[in-house]
Design a protein around this ligand. Structure first.
Ligand code: G3P
Length: 220
């Protein structure tokens, strides 16, 4: 499973990239608006991210009408070859997905909350589908169950659309996504940090170092 970071924060992206486990980045308008340098041109932010991480970088359109989505999608796709254009799961959005695909532009269909929506996105030719599992959990549904349904449907018909699990809130979500066979998980920085941690790792390391210190040796 590929690991993407779900942020528009350049410092977080640099740090996660330095750890050597990062395959890509997803952004959305809310994440961009959260940043302190939100006055910075969005295209410049996307370009900077593409220069740091050499993988798929999702950048979202804010248009909602077919022609406008195409216009913005083409602009975003020109920023860098790794840009994947994020498009909302609406009739206009999926129509634009089909047109953009014919032009060789890859899309990430976002705001997916049902298996039927995912089916339509695949039929339209989406490169990525993004089910939002945390928001489903928040609404009293089972977000991870949706990922299982999409996996089954895509495997039944050999759709090539990649399943990107989004709206991840905790390490359990990441493990569940990997066990189901999701292609990608996009994870907030704080949750990526949590993936490394285990109290027994910390206690075990302390014990090893304390015991070694008693020897008074060095590895040279
Ligand atoms: O990038 C889209 C998605 O991951 C948003 O997550 O936490 O706002 O539901 P959240």
């Amino acid at each position: 499973m590929k690991i993407f970071i779900d942020t528009a924060n350049i410092d977080e992206i640099r740090q996660a990239n330095d750890w050597g486990i990062l395959d890509g980045v997803t952004t959305n308008p809310s994440l961009v608006a959260k940043e302190k340098d939100k006055g910075k041109d969005f295209k410049a932010i996307v370009k900077e991210i593409c220069e740091i991480v050499h993988g798929d970088i999702s950048a979202e359109v804010v248009a909602t009408k077919y022609e406008d989505i195409l216009h913005e999608g083409r602009i975003l796709a020109k920023i860098h070859k790794n840009v994947v254009v994020k498009v909302p799961l609406t009739p206009d959005g999926l129509k634009a997905v089909k047109t953009l695909k014919a032009e060789g532009i890859r899309t990430n269909v976002t705001l997916c909350f049902s298996a039927n929506q995912a089916l339509l996105a695949a039929k339209a030719g989406a490169y990525i589908i993004s089910p939002f599992i945390g928001r489903l959990d928040d609404a009293g549904h089972d977000g991870i169950e949706l990922v299982e349904e999409i996996r089954e449907i895509y495997d039944n018909y050999e759709f090539e659309t990649k399943i990107l699990v989004a709206s991840i809130r905790n390490p359990v979500h990441v493990k569940q996504a990997a066990m189901i066979g999701a292609d990608i998980a996009t994870i907030p920085f704080k949750v990526i940090e949590q993936l490394y941690r285990h109290p027994l790792t910390d206690a075990g390391l302390k014990q090893f170092l304390d015991d070694w210190a008693k020897l008074g040796q060095q590895i040279k």
